[in-house]
Design a binder for this molecule. Structure first.
Ligand code: BTN
Length: 325
């Protein structure tokens, strides 16, 4: 079956919102027969879509399956490049590892690698990242911005801002950004960001932006070791979230904010980041590889480095650390 037409049908069904769309209209717009439309609708029903179908008015979308199938993500996309190429599998070791390989083989800017389950998901500092099947969003975006290697860490902050906007648009929940790469709801982690790059000394070849979001987990889905520090959007909202719709929004904001960053610099992103941060203004403990510092987080530099006002009145710049609020 010709999948681009299936994307087009799903796209129109979503766009029509609560208005039915007739089989004839679909047939005319897509230049296919009514019988072909009917066959596509049957296939969509087999995939878990539910419609109210009336002879006179047409098809009204009632329910869509909570899958990350590219046909659904593509139907909801509002981007120019991000997500136009999607690699989707039920199970992968790590989307980050696969994205690195694809980037080396020349994958296009905006290519998305996404799966239902990761068997070797990883977080910062090579920590394990739990990625249960069908519960979350485990994705990596291959980005090819024209920037120097020293700018790559700023993309973590670009991603944090993009994610807060996307999550708010889809769920109405406003997560707080904890420097450098966590999103929290009620003080508990729901999202992690892992920014890695492939670069020559003076030029970035690819940024591999790994994003892990706990979306439809219930409390019992978190293992004992993270149950007290992790949460999900569903726990916070009290209802299930359509993961594909959230992925499409993330791609939209990632494309928009990274474009803005490359064109205009870091200043605007920095302001948005600080506005949504729960780190700035608070007394925190920062544990680096060698030392621990306690002080008030007063801001971030233009390079995304955290500035800590220590009790002796000096400012300590923190490049990488674990933060306790
Ligand atoms: C962190 O908080 O330490 C970052 C977590 C990043 C997890 C995501 S899930 C998708 C991508 N693939 C991985 O193996 N890791 C990132």
């Amino acid at each position: 079956m010709n999948t681009p037409i299936k994307y087009e049908i799903v796209k129109r069904l979503f766009a029509a919102k609560d208005k039915p769309i007739s089989g004839q209209q679909l047939a005319d717009e897509l230049q296919i027969s009514r019988t072909a439309v009917w066959k596509y609708m049957k296939q969509l029903e087999e995939e878990g879509y539910e419609f109210e179908a009336t002879r006179k008015k047409g098809y009204l979308l009632q329910k869509s399956p909570d899958t990350l199938d590219p046909s659904k993500i593509k139907a909801l996309l509002e981007t120019e490049r991000f997500g136009r190429e999607i690699i989707y599998e039920e199970s992968l070791t790590s989307t980050q590892t696969i994205a690195h390989q694809l980037a080396q083989e020349g994958a296009l800017d905006g290519t998305l690698v996404i799966c239902e389950e990761q068997t070797e998901g990883r977080g910062r500092l090579m920590r394990e990242w739990k990625s249960q099947k069908g519960k979350g969003i485990w994705m990596s975006i291959i980005m090819r911005p024209d920037v120097a290697p020293y700018q790559a860490p700023q993309f973590t902050l670009v991603a944090a801002v993009a994610l807060t906007y996307a999550i708010f648009d889809v769920t109405g929940v406003s997560p707080a950004i904890k420097w450098p790469n966590d999103l929290l709801i009620n003080g508990m982690k729901c999202t992690g960001i892992l920014t890695e790059m492939q670069a020559d000394p003076d030029r970035v070849n690819a940024i591999i932006m790994g994003i892990g979001i706990n979306v439809n987990h219930q409390q019992e889905d978190f293992g004992e070791e993270i149950a007290s520090i992790a949460t999900s959007l569903r726990i916070s909202l009290g209802k299930e979230i359509d993961r594909a719709a959230l992925v499409a929004k993330i791609l939209y904001y990632m494309e928009a904010f990274s474009k803005q960053y490359v064109a205009e610099g870091f200043e605007k992103i920095k302001t948005l980041w600080e506005k949504n941060s729960c780190t700035i203004g608070n007394r925190i403990k920062a544990t680096t590889l060698r030392e621990t510092f306690i002080g008030k987080a007063v801001g971030i530099t233009k390079d995304g480095v955290l500035q800590l006002l220590l009790d002796d009145g000096t400012i300590k710049e923190i490049i990488s650390a674990d933060i306790e609020l």
